[in-house]
Design a protein around this ligand. Structure first.
Ligand SMILES: [Cu+2]
Length: 496
């Protein structure tokens, strides 16, 4: 804070007779810090769960409008956001496996949008293809099959504009449940909680600052959980289940508690085989993990802090991002939940079943992010696995200084190795984003399906994705074109 001499005298920082002026360090032009916010004062909240506008025997119908809103994120200041239904994160959709969703997205913003439901095996025309755009004043009905229980999220995917759109607020959680998972004695209901973690930077007037640092990444200095800066959550002394999403633009998270361990139970695409206790949980952009915190180990009155020790791959303007939120253990409650030793059976895909191996290098070339030295071209296909083929893909980051969380659309995959070493214990599940570290080769395996057609693969540092670290593959031949269900003008809108 900069003080005038008169203000400093009023605050008693300098004597009125003193000739000493307070030394105010001039901030360099690039280092614009957000206004200071006292951590752990704002109440924790979860995004509202969206109700369908109608349901029939097979399908639930939802409506979401993309619009601007002025909201209070920092106390006493207004921030313009672009939100699904005018809020950020957008409302959570909770769906049951086997039922279909139709979600109508209406674009009341003034830029073209595309909505990707990340983790869903949607048909190509409903996958949020980067060039399948919803113009301002248009809408599109997306069909989602909900074919397995997992933690997904929907977010903008517009070509070359994803970082700006997601950073301004266009992201929300989407959860698919099933009977198998619901039958487990894990914490449920009010004890099962989404944590959408994002970092943002704000100007003094509250507006969002979007600085992509010459296309390297967008880093904030305020950690938001479900849209609230550094929130405080009151908990009972029992187990809670959290579904965490790194919904930021570029920041790698390293979650840890100031005391105790996280018990990881799930990855991007659902439960892992067995719980894994860990001190630190590394989460790249767009990755999701499920974990339990057992607050019964803490006496009432304990404050437990969710921390994020700084990683060398992040650009931090100050040290505020090394803590995220706190849990205050405030009450006694009985707890009939349990963490089963076996969560579900994750069948490993045998390496011997792979028909071929492909290699993709994620690198910077003349200042532009590329995959195998190529940028995005909607007319080019860089891999064409047959339907049902098992393939191993090597995701290579030959550079130091940068990480690339690589997202492969359509399929769930299994991680075989990192530079020939075993994956981290909590990574041994079904995943659709793989953090590819510095000078690292990540080997993944999958069986291509359940759909045929063209799907994207890209870095999920969304600044890299925009410029131009994105490609596409085609499963089989003869799939629906990603452009075969174009958006329609709102003037032609029909009731859902
Ligand atoms: Cu990247």
């Amino acid at each position: 804070m900069k003080l005038t001499r008169r203000e400093a005298i009023k605050l008693g920082l300098i004597g009125s007779g003193s000739l000493l002026l307070p030394f105010v360090k001039q901030e360099p032009a690039f280092a614009q810090f957000s206004p200071q916010i006292k951590p752990f004062e704002l109440p924790f909240r979860t995004p509202p769960v969206l109700q369908p506008i109608r349901s029939d025997a097979t399908t639930d119908y939802y409506k979401i409008t993309m619009e601007k809103a002025r909201v209070e994120i920092l106390p006493g200041l207004k921030t313009e956001i672009w939100g699904y239904n005018g809020i950020t994160p957008g409302p959570t959709i909770r769906q049951q496996r086997g039922r279909q969703s139709v979600v109508r997205f209406i674009n009341n913003l003034d830029e073209k949008m595309s909505v990707h439901l990340h983790g869903m095996a949607s048909l190509p025309q409903y996958d949020g293809y980067a060039e399948d755009l919803i113009s301002p004043g248009y809408y599109k009905d997306y069909l989602y099959p909900n074919n397995r229980a997992s933690t997904l999220w929907y977010h903008d995917h517009a070509i070359h504009q994803t970082a700006s759109h997601v950073y301004r607020g266009l992201a929300g959680m989407y959860i698919v449940d099933d009977e198998v998972e619901q039958a487990l004695p894990l914490p449920k209901g009010e004890y099962e909680i989404p944590l959408i973690i994002q970092d943002k930077r704000f100007a003094r007037n509250g507006s969002l600052i979007l600085d992509n640092l010459n296309n390297r990444g967008v880093y904030g200095d305020v950690m938001l959980v479900n849209g609230v800066p550094f929130p405080r959550m009151e908990v009972a002394n029992r187990k809670y289940r959290f579904r965490v999403l790194n919904g930021g633009a570029s920041r790698l998270l390293n979650l840890q508690l100031n005391k105790g361990e996280l018990i990881v139970i799930g990855t991007d695409a659902g439960l892992i085989s067995a719980p894994v206790k860990t001190r630190t949980l590394r989460i790249g952009i767009a990755e999701r993990y499920g974990f339990i915190i057992d607050f019964s180990q803490y006496p009432i009155g304990t404050r437990v802090i969710l921390q994020n020790p700084i990683s060398s791959n992040n650009i931090d303007r100050d040290n505020r991002t090394n803590q995220i939120m706190c849990f205050d253990v405030v009450r006694q409650e009985s707890d009939d939940s349990l963490i089963p030793d076996t969560l579900r059976f994750v069948q490993p895909i045998p390496i011997s079943s792979a028909l071929r191996t492909r290699t993709f290098r994620f690198d910077r070339n003349n200042g532009v992010w590329k995959i195998n030295n190529l940028g995005w071209d909607k007319n080019r296909i860089d891999a064409n696995p047959g339907f049902g083929d098992v393939e191993i893909w090597n995701l290579v980051n030959p550079g130091g200084g940068w990480i690339h969380p690589v997202h492969i659309h359509l399929v769930d995959l299994q991680l075989l190795s990192r530079n020939g070493r075993n994956p981290l214990p909590y990574e041994r599940g079904w995943k659709d984003v793989f953090l590819v570290g510095e000078n690292e080769t990540v080997r993944v395996i999958t069986k291509f399906g359940p759909n045929i057609g063209k799907y994207m693969m890209h870095c999920h540092n969304i600044v890299h994705e925009d410029t131009d670290m994105m490609t596409q593959f085609e499963v089989g031949t003869g799939g629906d074109s990603p452009l075969s269900a174009p958006a329609k003008p709102i003037s032609q809108i029909l009731p859902l």
